[in-house]
Every structure is written in structure tokens, then in C-alpha cells.
Design a protein around this ligand. Structure first.
Ligand code: DTR
Ligand code: CA
Ligand code: ZN
Ligand code: ZN
Length: 446
């Protein structure tokens, strides 16, 4: 493991220079202050999803309100208002060219209905499904819970028709009955699917309460790719998001998740209280519920925040177009340090190269990517770790008898328990005598 003289001289003179922090973040995320902003990395351009017209979504909500008003004030399972809601949604989809199926089931002695709508075309063995429950509680019209999700999913489906979209995947949409009785309709649908059909569903996107009057922007943290799709969308709007933590089992994605289907979704909050920190970043009122009319008679057409409904509706379209078109999801923001850092031969101390991450909301993803470029004459000498801002070490590479030169590699780390912002470090230690080298550059992508 001897060094050539020139290599040795280089190694001796190599010094750490001021870190050059470049970020290739989505346009809306500025590079860290003082950083040399690199040109944004080229990413596969996802087909341009449409803007979902807020007025169209609100028109569906107005219909749901009228239906409730004309049918005892609610749209609950087993009541006339629910069946009228199903008939309204089905009529729109039939007219738009969807293949619709009305699935009936019985719950609490009443007939329930699921509506399934398939957009003709796409790979029948790779189905992207979007859904929402259409029923309300008996106490009120259920315009936010969950007219909001149902109207947004409906309008996204109608946008697919307007665009005559020809996605790679097969697109399916669902409106569930009797969710308020305990996810009855969606569970019935999943139970009714043969295993072979279940395995064709590449993802299920759930939208239950997405227009809360005192809104938060929550993203389900289930499937990492679906989660990243939504986070990338909101990052493009410079809107921070949080992970939805109220309860995995609390909406219609649960039966799909329990059946092994990748799931994700969006949520604007229910009866939990908005904190001061959340009000600081999202606006609205701290100390008040995200939706003070949750499961109450006041959950009417007035119980909606238009901005949240609009943004979440557009996010649904973005996800359907991006995931359905099977175009690689644009990566999240990345940050790089290109400063050379000399690695002393064993038994020298470990060295580190820092990257300061800022402007990234929430936690790092389960698929945090670390690209490493190390010049060294015997890479088997090297132990490489990623050190999170809180000091947690993630082993990237152990030492070995690999006598090859250099380490040019990508590692994927589940750093989802780490806050993204802060100082991350690449730590390298040479644990075998002779041979030295230096960290040439490294990059972290969220
Ligand atoms: N259970 C839903 C509302 C709800 C409460 N927490 C979450 C979390 C994620 C989605 C939905 C919800 C309902 O009452 O319909
Ligand atoms: Ca919009
Ligand atoms: Zn509810
Ligand atoms: Zn709901």
C-alpha cells in the first residue's frame, strides 16, 4: 500500500479550503446564504400537470351543500343525502368518459355505496389510485369532512378527461361510503379485491379533509416516493409541510396500507389545535382547532379555507400526473461541499467535511441520498460515516481488503428521524497503515 512520491507530496500539501456549499434546490428554495449556487441539477421534466380551478372544486362543494340541505342536513351513510352525493359524482364521471362501477355493501342495517371510476388506458398491471370518503357524519353536511377531498379528487379526474391524458399507469379513482362508521366502504373494497388485483395497485393516494378553515399542510409519511412527490410540490411553492401524525388508522388509506399497498396523502387538520409555531409558518390562528366544526353541524360550505383547498387540489393533480406518468419524481433539494479535506494515514484521527443545510422543511426522507467522491490509493483502508446535525452516525462504508483506488459511490440512508436543516458531516477515517488521500467532494440530497 505504498504511495507514489507525487501522491505523497500532494497528500501533504492538500489542505481544507473554505467550504464551497452549492445547493441544487428546487427553484423556490434559495441556496444557503453566501453559497455558490450551482446550476439546478437536470431532472426529468414531469409532464406539466394542470392547475385545478378552485371555482370548479367549490362548485362541487356547493352541490354537496345543496344535497345536504335538501336531505335532512347531512350526507351520511344510509341517508338519502349520501346516495344523492354518489349520483352527482357518478353523473359527472360518466359524462367525462370514465368507466364507473357502483359497489354496494351493507353496514349498520343500511345499504352503502362505493363509487369506482377507471380512466380507460394505461398499464392495467400498474394502477395509481386516488380516493376520498364521500359520506358525512349525521350531525351536518360534511363539507370539509369530506366534501373537500371528494370534490378535489372529482375535479382532478375531470381534469384528466379534459386533458385526454394518456398516462403510463392506469388511473383509478374511488369515493368511499361509511368511512365515518369505521372505514367500512374502503375496507369492503380492499377485501373484495383478489390478491392479484391488489398487487397491481402501485399506490393509493388518500384525501380526507384538505380545506380546513384554520389549515395546516400535512403530508402522510408512509410511502417515501409518494411523500416526496407531495413535499417537492409544496417546496416549489415555498410552503413548509409537516408529517401527518394524527393517526395512521384514521382514514381510508389504512385498509390499503394493511394490504401492502404503498399509500400517501394530504391533510389540513381536524380537531387538534394549531400551535404558535404552526401559525407562524402557515398563518391562521394558534390555540384554535384546524377545523372547529369537525363532525359538527357547522361543517358547511362556509367552513372552508379556499387557499388550502386550492393548493391541495393542485397538489393532487401534480401527484397524479407525476406518479401516473411514471416520470421519475424530481429529487428534493441537494447541497454539496467541494472542498478538499486531507485524510491522514492510520492511526490519524478521523476527518470531517461539513455541509450546512437550510431552507428544507421537516425531516430528511427515508431515501436521503449521499454521493461521495474520495481520492485514495487503497479504499479498503477507509471507514465512512454520515453524521447528522444531532450527532447520529450512519455508517456508509466499512473498511475491507478492497485494494482498489478511490471511492466514488452513492449511498441511500433512512434519515427520516433527523431534522433536515443543520450541519451534516461526512466523516472519514483511515484505519490501515500506509496510503493516504483526500475527500474531493460530497453531496446530500433530500
Ligand atoms: N378520521 C377522519 C378525520 C381525520 C382525523 N385525523 C386524520 C388524519 C388523517 C386523515 C384524516 C383524519 C374523519 O373523521 O373522517
Ligand atoms: Ca389551483
Ligand atoms: Zn369525519
Ligand atoms: Zn373524513
Amino acid at each position: 500500500m505504498s504511495l507514489s512520491v507525487s501522491r505523497r507530496l500532494t497528500a501533504v500539501t492538500a489542505i481544507a479550503v473554505a467550504g464551497l456549499f452549492a445547493s441544487t434546490a428546487p427553484a423556490a428554495l434559495a441556496a444557503p446564504p453566501g453559497a455558490a449556487a450551482a446550476a439546478p441539477a437536470a431532472v426529468a421534466a414531469a409532464p406539466t400537470p394542470p392547475d385545478i380551478p378552485l371555482a370548479n372544486v367549490k362548485a362541487h362543494l356547493s352541490q354537496f351543500q345543496s344535497i345536504a340541505t335538501a336531505n335532512g342536513g347531512n350526507r351520511a351513510h344510509g341517508r338519502a343525502g349520501y346516495k344523492a352525493s354518489i349520483d352527482y359524482v357518478k353523473g359527472k364521471l360518466d359524462a367525462a368518459g370514465f368507466t364507473t362501477t357502483l359497489q354496494t355493501f351493507t353496514s349498520s342495517g343500511a345499504t352503502g355505496y362505493n363509487l369506482i371510476a377507471d380512466w380507460p388506458g394505461g398499464d392495467p398491471n400498474s394502477v395509481l389510485m386516488s380516493g376520498s370518503h364521500l359520506d358525512s357524519v349525521t350531525a351536518g353536511p360534511g363539507i370539509n369532512d369530506n366534501g373537500s377531498g371528494s370534490a378535489a379528487v372529482l375535479e382532478t379526474a375531470l381534469a384528466v378527461s379534459r386533458a385526454q391524458l394518456q398516462p403510463t399507469k392506469h388511473l383509478r379513482f374511488g369515493w368511499w361510503g361509511a368511512e365515518e362508521l369505521g372505514l367500512v366502504g374502503s375496507q369492503y373494497y380492499v377485501n373484495s379485491l383478489p390478491a392479484a388485483e391488489k398487487s397491481k395497485i402501485s399506490g393509493y393516494l388518500n384525501f380526507d379533509m384538505i380545506g380546513s378553515p384554520n389549515p395546516g399542510y400535512f403530508v402522510y409519511d408512509d410511502d417515501p416516493t409518494i411523500e416526496q412527490t407531495f413535499k417537492t410540490y409544496f417546496a416549489g411553492l415555498n410552503i413548509p409541510t409537516e408529517i401527518e401524525t394524527e393517526g395512521d388508522g384514521r382514514s381510508d388509506h389504512a385498509p390499503f396500507k394493511n394490504a401492502g399497498v404503498p399509500v400517501g396523502g394530504l391533510f389540513s387538520g381536524a380537531d387538534y389545535t394549531k400551535t404558535a409555531a404552526q401559525a407562524q409558518k402557515w398563518g391562521g390562528t394558534s390555540g384554535k382547532a384546524f377545523d372547529a366544526c369537525y363532525h359538527a353541524s357547522c361543517d358547511t360550505a362556509a367552513n372552508i379555507n379556499d387557499t388550502a383547498l386550492d393548493r391541495n387540489s393542485d397538489a393532487i393533480a401534480y401527484a397524479v400526473w407525476t406518479l401516473g406518468a411514471a416520470v421519475p419524481v424530481p429529487p428534493g433539494p441537494s447541497f454539496e461541499n467541494t472542498a478538499d479535506v486531507n485524510i491522514p494515514d492510520s492511526p490519524g484521527a478521523a476527518v470531517t467535511s461539513p455541509i450546512t443545510v437550510s431552507g428544507v422543511s421537516g425531516n430528511a426522507p427515508a431515501t436521503t441520498k449521499v454521493d461521495v467522491n474520495i481520492v485514495h490509493t487503497y479504499r479498503g483502508d477507509l471507514v465512512i460515516d454520515l453524521i447528522a446535525p444531532d450527532g447520529t452516525a450512519y455508517r456508509l462504508k466499512n473498511s475491507s481488503s478492497d485494494s482498489g483506488a478511490n471511492v466514488v459511490a452513492s449511498y441511500t440512508v433512512n434519515a427520516s428521524s433527523e431534522v433536515a436543516n443543520g450541519v451534516w458531516k461526512l466523516q472519514v477515517k483511515d484505519v490501515a497503515a500506509q496510503d493516504t488521500g483526500y475527500i474531493n467532494s460530497w453531496k446530500i440530497t433530500f
